[in-house]
Every structure is written in C-alpha cells, then in structure tokens.
Design a protein around this ligand. Sequence first.
Ligand code: ATP
Ligand code: MG
Length: 258
Amino acid sequence: MPADVHLEIKNLSHSFGGLQALENINVTLQKGEIGGLIGPNGAGKTTVFNLISGFYVPSAGDIIVSGMKINGKKPHEIAAMKIGRTFQNIRLWSEMTVLDNIRISQHYRLGYNAADAFFHTKRYKRREAEIAQRAWELLEIFKLTDLAYEYPKNIPYGIQRRVEIVRALSLQPDLLLLDEPAAGLSTVDTVQLIDYVTWLHENFHLTIWMIEHQMDVIMKLCQNITVIDFGREIASGSPEEIKNDPDVIKAYLGDGQL
Ligand SMILES: Nc1ncnc2c1ncn2[C@@H]1O[C@H](COP(=O)(O)OP(=O)(O)OP(=O)(O)O)[C@@H](O)[C@H]1O
Ligand SMILES: [Mg+2]
C-alpha cells in the first residue's frame, strides 16, 4: 500500500438481518484528500460511516486506516485513532453547554482514571486545562465564543451543525467523516460551511470524507466522489466524471437531486 493512502475500504459488505445494506464496496482515500460519498436515500452511506466508526462490525471486508485494519474496534478506540465524525441527525448533548459538549468528548482522548478526577491530581488539573484551552481555541476559530455557555436547543440549527463539527475536531482527528453537514442549512449557512471545511482542510491538513445530498457542496469541495445505490458502488471519479455518468444520472432521476 502506498504511504499516502489514508483510508482503504476493501470489499466491504454489511447486512442487517436479511437486508443486504452494503455489498463489496471498495474506496481509497489519499491523505489530505476531500472525498465525497453520495447516493439516493437508503443507499447505505451512513452505514459505511457507522462501520468505520465502530458502531457496527462489518459482515465482510476490511477497513484499513493508515495501514492498520480497524474492523471490530470499539467507537472509543476508533476515536482515539484520530478518526472523527459528525452525525446526520445532530447528536449534541442537550443538557450541556456548547463548551461542555466540546470538552466532554476530549475526555476519551486524554484518559485519566476516576481517582485522578476525585483527588484532583496534578495530572487531572493539567489535562483539564489542556482540554479547556483546546475547546476555547476551536470556539474562537469557528466564531462560537459568544455561545460557549449556551445550550444547543437555544441556538440556530445551522450553528448546532457547526458545533458538531467543532466537537469532532476537539479530538484532533486527522480523518474526519461528515455525514450530511449541509442538511437543513440555509443558503448562507451552506456557503459558510463550504468556507469552514475549506479552511480546516487547509489549516488542519485533514483527510475528509463527506456524505452529502447537496450537489453544489460536493462538487465544490470534493476531489473524488464515490456513488452508491442499493448498497453497491455504481460510479467513482472526479466531480466532472460523476456529473456526466449515465448510471449516476439514472440513479438520481427518481428524486431529481442532481
Ligand atoms: N440499524 C439498522 N437496522 C436495520 N436496518 C438498517 C439499520 N441502519 C440502516 N438500515 C437500513 O440500511 C439501508 C441503508 O441505510 P443508510 O442509513 O446507510 O442509508 P443512507 O444512504 O445513509 O440514506 P440517507 O440518505 O437517507 O441518509 C436502509 O435500507 C436502512 O433502512
Ligand atoms: Mg444517511
């Protein structure tokens, strides 16, 4: 495997009981690339992300990240391997402030034990300070400082989506999976999302894989796109190739999204 391959998915299949949700999916993402994963509703896109992030164990095939096979690992182990994600349906903790939503994720990464927390050891204090500092840095970059002590339900939907991205970034991932980051966003918020993703790709040198129904977002951001339909890969290539692919056009004709 060449050194610059970040994510490799090989013959990935998954079934839920009798439903074959994915069949023999093969995708390679180079380090630093922004890739797209598209396909009609129910095609199996989120299932791919759930398999990578350890929510499900693949029925068959391999998921290889930086040369290491990760199938079967638990979600917190995957998060510790610098793989971050956001969710199609926002999953912020509603009882916590924006700041705490961002801080709490990092406890996974900067592990300390219950005794540390109870006795407030030096290690605990040092790590708490580190966590808070990183959270504030990210809040500032993403213009969320004013909302640090606000609860998610009190902030607009588009900004909740931004908080989700920041929460994923707090774990310092080098591979970021975004599941429909533009879903439900206004035109203004969508343009801003494109700017933020471009910015963090350039400045944090991330590899990003993005599921998205909004084609303008995918076409603007992605170098390579994989298209799946009914759990099978029907095309992959540059935005230009995908736009003109007859199978892709056919798959999308039903819902007129392309
Ligand atoms: N936990 C589950 N149990 C049973 N079936 C599931 C489960 N998760 C997903 N599925 C089924 O697997 C198929 C693929 O679902 P998935 O959510 O991956 O699609 P998707 O491409 O993300 O769709 P959308 O664009 O609507 O988000 C669907 O038929 C879905 O109903
Ligand atoms: Mg989905």
